[in-house]
Design a protein. Structure first.
Lengths: 258, 66, 378
């Protein structure tokens, strides 16, 4: 079986698991998580530097081969997201940007309209845009039109670990949207990541479930395997189960004998 | 003179460059991005960009996030 | 957005050995396709293959469920109104072929008013207007004038006429036309050329892209299809399904339908190259329903009353009633020649009785336009 490469934003990836750097009790475990999970894409956020005290730099823990995916967390409007994206790019780690525009502090649900606006501006400036949105067909279509590199629908609200609550809508996106679909947020268990991949998602982004596991390394390994398993299941196609028909043919009997 | 650095007023010497300011705070210029009065200052210009009285500076860097 | 046209999609299949692929499908493949929640074009091929024939009842059970879920137990009724049979095309299979010596007629606006009123009196609200291809006599201007009369009687009017430009479709949309029916006849380009040796309809590609122009021009409903029997009906059916999927994906706001007419006798005596028998037609309809659960399926009176009754649970969503294919045939008495022979001559009332008896609700009106851009003619 030939290798399954995920090509996106000009990069060829062997792994369809994206990881994050948030919520770790100890950032020093991040490089081992990257290795254990096989992930090659990792998200970071952009914040004001604390100039009063010396704190560690998360970049020290991100292996050099990882593709960086900065996010615009903190942005409440398209304008803020654009500003953060430009700042992130000025760090010199590439053109990828995950757009997160959230003004809802209770559920952390993304604002699809502002996200689409930011996508259009940033795509024109040459960014490789990964917009994080609700699993909505019209929003996704507007992202296609705006020049996004992918659509990242949430499985469930950020940090809830509730799994693929939006699975039916994500399924529709996979069917209808001509862009890679990367399920992001809410995935709490490897089986949920596996399910997303089995449905035909192109990748999953998992942060909280790994970072807050009691054994992040083992959980990272499990997620890596789960994403692979789901992908292989999708590629091989499900088996045929026999659909029992009645002995009589009530609907097609009128056509006569064999 | 006074500049606003990450939301706080600080005293700096006349004509101080961004690079000098970062060094005075023990910040490596490689790990930050600087915005001055809303404009991004390219890293290679840190040493040649002098601050003016009342400048608003934002010094940001990557941190953990999902 | 992609600049792809359906022509380029079809071109990719030019070198694909479809016959071999159809023959290679197994019953297991068909079962697998039947179990899928969202079938692909490959599954459609499986449904259309010879291997699917023994599984027709299973396909019918699922197709029937899908049809009920998506359309309810309701059939929308309409009737065709032939405005003019003048034609400059030499389509070898058609009763209106310009070389056929038949009486030619075209409705004046006064005659149209009479015909329209007669049809409206039967309760029908969805109309399909047809012409041949005679740009000077029955062109876009004439159609606009006719629409001025018709929109006073019908909230929904579809056009099944010669292929036209996008802005011409837009002009008709502005006068109240909301549906476009365009039969490709055959998706086999070489065969198409021999069937349409002369006249504007000779242009294969222009016709192929017409449904898309209609979508872009604002048509609410677009119906496509091939005339089964002109060529290898399997291939034409397959490409029709592909064309429908292409339009549905690219224009999700448009209601896409397929009509699967089979060749019937007519004045010109053209003999079908392949015969699609009842089982074939049922297989085609089921395959379409399973592949595209929200696709409209229209069955005309080329099919017999008995057949049309049997296929009610199998995916059909629209049917014609009280049909005549002659110009002025709804009201005028003289001996007109129709485009094809009608196999189901039942009136609107008779169709409604049949539908209700079979547990279906006849739908007369499915649409009400809120406003029209062009002013109604006096």
């Amino acid at each position: 079986m030939c290798e399954d490469i995920f090509e996106i934003g000009g990069v060829k990836l062997n792994s369809r698991l994206f990881t994050g750097t948030g919520k770790y009790g100890d950032d020093s475990v991040i490089p081992d998580v990257c290795e254990a999970s096989g992930s090659q894409v990792i998200t970071v956020a952009l914040r004001r530097m604390d100039l009063e005290s010396a704190t560690g730099n998360v970049m020290d823990f991100i292996p050099k081969h990882m593709q960086l995916l900065p996010n615009t967390s903190g942005a409440r409007t398209a304008e803020e997201a654009v500003r953060i994206a430009r700042l992130a790019r000025a760090m010199g780690c590439g053109d990828w940007i995950k757009i997160e525009v959230i003004s809802d502090n209770k559920y952390l649900l993304p604002d699809g309209y502002e996200t689409a606006k930011a996508t259009e501006i940033l795509a024109k400036e040459g960014f490789v845009v990964f917009p994080y949105v609700n699993a909505d067909l019209y929003v996704a279509q507007s992202l296609v039109n705006a020049g996004a590199a992918a659509v990242m629908p949430l499985g469930a609200p950020i940090g809830t670990n509730r799994g693929l609550k939006t699975r039916e809508m994500v399924r529709i996106l996979i069917e209808e949207i001509d862009l890679p679909i990367i399920v992001d947020a809410g995935i709490g268990r490897p089986s949920e990541a596996c399910e997303a991949m089995e449905m035909g998602a192109d990748a999953c982004l998992v942060n909280t479930a790994i970072a807050t596991a009691s054994d992040p390394l083992m959980m990272a390994k499990a997620f890596g395997r789960a994403v692979k398993a789901g992908r292989e299941a999708y590629l091989s196609g499900p088996g045929a189960t026999k659909v029992h028909a009645d002995a009589s043919s009530p609907l097609t009997g009128f056509l006569g004998g064999e | 003179m006074v500049v606003v650095l990450n939301g706080k007023e600080v005293n700096v010497t006349e004509g101080m460059t961004i690079l000098a300011l970062l060094e005075s705070k023990d910040v490596s210029p490689q790990v930050v991005v600087v915005e001055r009065n809303g404009d991004i200052v390219p890293g290679e210009n840190f040493g040649t960009t002098s601050l003016n009285d009342g400048d608003h500076l934002e010094v940001l860097r990557f941190v953990g996030g999902g | 957005m992609s600049k792809v046209s359906f022509y380029s999609v079809l071109a990719e299949y030019a070198s694909v050995p479809l016959d071999e692929q159809f023959a290679a499908v197994t019953a297991e493949d068909v079962r697998r396709s039947l179990n899928k929640m969202t079938p692909t074009i490959e599954d459609f091929m499986n449904f259309m293959s010879p291997a699917a024939v023994p599984l027709l009842e299973e396909m019918a059970q699922k197709a029937s469920r899908l049809t009920a879920q998506n359309f309810g137990r309701a059939i929308q009724l309409f009737t065709p109104l032939y405005l003019s049979n003048f034609c400059s095309n030499h389509c070898v299979y058609c009763g209106f072929n310009c070389k056929n010596k038949i009486p030619r007629d075209q409705l004046s606006l006064e005659q149209l008013e009479v015909e329209a009123k007669a049809i409206a009196d039967t309760g029908l609200k969805h109309l399909l207007i047809l012409t041949g291809e005679a740009p000077a006599k029955a062109g876009v201007d004439y159609l606009e004038d006719c629409m001025g009369v018709l929109r006073n009687h019908f909230p929904s009017v579809s056009i099944e006429v010669f292929a036209m430009d996008q802005d011409e479709y837009a002009r008709l949309v502005a006068t109240g036309a909301d549906g476009l029916t365009m039969f490709q006849e055959t998706y086999n380009e070489e065969l198409y050329a021999t069937l349409h040796p002369k006249g504007p309809k000779k242009d294969y590609r222009y016709r192929l892209d017409a449904p898309e122009r209609g979508c872009k021009a604002g048509m609410r409903v677009v119906t496509i299809g091939a005339l089964l029997g002109l060529g290898d009906w399997h291939r034409d059916a397959f490409f029709t399904g592909m064309h429908a999927a292409y339009l549905m994906h690219k224009y999700p706001e448009v209601d896409i339908s397929v009509s699967p007419p089979r060749m019937r006798p007519h004045a010109g005596e053209y003999q079908p190259a392949s015969i699609a028998d009842d089982r074939d037609l049922v297989q085609y309809m089921l395959a379409l329903r399973l592949f595209l659960p929200r696709l409209g399926i229209t069955v005309s009176t080329r099919e017999s009353a008995e057949f049309r009754e049997h296929i009610l649970p199998l995916g059909v969503t629209k049917m014609s009633a009280g049909v005549t294919t002659a110009v002025g045939g709804h009201t005028q008495e003289h001996d007109q020649v129709g485009q094809f022979e009608i196999a189901d001559t039942r009136s609107v009332d008779e169709m409604c009785d049949m539908l209700r008896r079979c547990g279906y609700q006849p739908i007369f009106k499915d649409w009400e336009p809120i406003e029209l851009q062009a002013k109604a003619s006096a």
